[in-house]
Design a protein around this ligand. Structure first.
Ligand code: FES
Length: 98
């Protein structure tokens, strides 16, 4: 969680391999989560280009911790098990890019 705005930062790899292997779907899930008033977390979505770990993708990070092989099912688990407990009452999204 960022000390600046207390949001949960999720960085999605926008590289071709990760995007084709699941991050395009993950982005839809994350946008839906960010706009869900029941989500209980302020999510700040950003993106990065390929980080050279394509073989382990799709990759994304949550509060600086990198997760590999994040399928849609795995992402839903992470949202419940990692993001939700970090949440605060306000929900929002920032769709900046790196
Ligand atoms: S495309 Fe994501 S690490 Fe290369």
């Amino acid at each position: 969680m960022s000390s600046k705005d207390e949001s949960v930062e999720i960085v999605v790899c926008y590289g071709t391999s990760c995007f084709a292997r699941g991050n395009s779907e993950n982005l839809v899930i994350l946008n839906t989560y960010a706009e869900d008033p029941e989500a209980n977390a302020t999510v700040r979505l950003t993106g990065k280009l390929c980080q050279g770990q394509c073989m382990d993708g799709p990759n994304l990070s949550i509060c600086g911790k990198l997760y590999h092989g994040v399928t849609a099912a795995r992402l839903r688990e992470l949202l419940q098990q990692v993001v939700r407990p970090l949440g605060v009452s306000h929900v929002g999204a920032d769709h900046g890019t790196a």
